[in-house]
Ligand binder design. Structure first.
Ligand SMILES: [Zn+2]
Length: 134
């Protein structure tokens, strides 16, 4: 087994076959796929990060500048968006089951909840009000 074809798990030090071009990538591949408990923890963390990335993307579509609904406006309050992202991460990490926030200016509500299938649901609620004062 040539050294160019192996990588080392950065947790347990086991050497395994990997065929990435650079040593850094080979070590990463082996660490990522290693069956030691730290390797498994690493994979879990990768799955969590992937889920957080997807949640942030959906939050941007629902509330941020990427939002695609022609009847609603992007929420201008950047802190609101950040809080939604933090709440989504807390839900993904099993720290909270449900949380709602409401934007001071627009009255837009954001809700993060976890369903029985452990999926994280992101909801936007807008209140449409019309009033006239004479
Ligand atoms: Zn390992």
């Amino acid at each position: 087994m040539s050294e160019q074809m192996t990588g080392v798990c950065s947790y347990c030090g086991q050497t395994k076959i990997a065929d990435n071009p650079s040593e850094k990538e080979r070590n990463y591949t082996v660490t990522k796929n290693c069956d030691c408990s730290e390797g498994q923890g690493f994979r879990k963390e990768e799955r969590i990060k992937d889920k957080i990335e997807k949640a942030n993307h959906q939050i941007n579509i629902l509330f941020g500048q990427d939002q695609q609904n022609q009847h609603t406006e992007p929420v201008q309050n950047q802190r609101f968006i950040e809080l939604m992202q933090e709440l989504a991460e807390a839900a993904i990490r099993d720290l909270i089951r449900k949380a709602s926030i409401e934007d001071e200016d627009s009255g837009t509500k954001g809700t993060i909840s976890v369903n029985t299938k452990k999926e994280v649901k992101i909801e936007r609620g807008d209140t449409f009000k019309q009033s006239r004062t004479v």
